[in-house]
Write a protein that binds this ligand. Structure first.
Ligand SMILES: [Zn+2]
Length: 271
């Protein structure tokens, strides 16, 4: 789903357009470093540069990144490469390992030539996300030896790991995460300079999230809870008018996102 962020005036219009139309965007920790800064005032000409006092407060820079999530078709990702995203996810987790490697390597090389960050998934999450459904809770965990080869061969920047996390809702018994595996994967990723990503963060307790952060996770994907807030707002019996309903649904999503940003420790980093 598209998240509405307060974008800065210097962010290219094409990013804004892509953000408004893409159904797959998720919130996560900003993975950019200085190398990938979108635009600095040094690059502006005297004609287009505005003095600070002229800038509207609405135009203040906010260090966000616009990420394309779960690109599981080559054609789709080739189109995404032209849209001006800051980063993308190559999702070849439905493929046999060798095919996932070659698919990810191919897109990774093209994305890096455009200075985009690349996330990829190894292993297979169970559950439902968007239109993607795999058998419930038959999680295929990330294999540490495959991860070594995968990272080396594809040169990715971030690895989405599978260690019992699921897309969608966790069962009533709660999540059963293999934190020992996460620790091992982080050990490998940190040596290789690769960020660890956790999909399926909806429904994880504060304690588990904090443990995951301690064990190296630097980007969480949250979708189910945000969608639920939207749908709950729409189904409120007191809200009949379309404009009011749409506004309140967006506000409901914002509240969840704000809560998650605080939980993940990414709140208050914009200045
Ligand atoms: Zn995901």
């Amino acid at each position: 789903m598209a998240m509405e962020f307060k974008t800065k005036a210097t962010m290219q219009q094409k990013k804004k357009e892509a953000q408004d139309t893409q159904p797959n965007l998720r919130i996560g920790e900003n993975l950019r470093n200085e190398e990938w800064e979108i635009e600095s005032t040094e690059n502006q000409t005297s004609e287009n540069r505005r003095e600070p006092q002229e800038q509207n407060k609405e135009d203040d820079e906010v260090p966000i990144t616009v990420h394309f999530d779960h690109g599981n078709s080559k054609q789709e990702l080739l189109e995404v490469l032209e849209m001006g995203f800051d980063s993308l996810m190559v999702d070849g987790s439905h493929l046999p390992f060798k095919d996932n490697v070659s698919y990810t390597k191919y897109i990774s090389s093209l994305a890096h030539s455009k200075k985009m960050l690349v996330e990829a998934e190894l292993g297979r999450l169970s559950g439902t996300e968007d239109d993607l459904t795999v058998e419930d809770y038959e999680t295929k965990l990330t294999d540490i030896n495959q991860a070594y080869e995968f990272i080396d061969t594809t040169a990715i920047d971030a690895l989405a790991v599978c260690m019992g996390n699921v897309h969608g809702k966790y069962p009533p018994s709660g999540p059963n995460l293999r934190l020992d595996l996460l620790k091992d994967l982080y050990g490998l990723c940190s040596k290789k300079g690769v960020h660890v990503v956790l999909h399926g963060a909806s429904g994880l307790s504060k304690e588990i999230i904090e443990e995951c952060i301690k064990l190296g996770v630097r980007k969480f994907n949250v979708n189910t809870e945000v969608r639920k807030a939207y749908m709950d707002a729409l189904s409120s019996p007191n809200k009949k008018d379309l404009i009011y309903v749409m506004t309140s649904a967006k506000e409901a999503m914002k509240a969840v996102i704000a809560e998650k940003m605080c939980l993940f420790g990414s709140a208050g980093k914009a200045c």
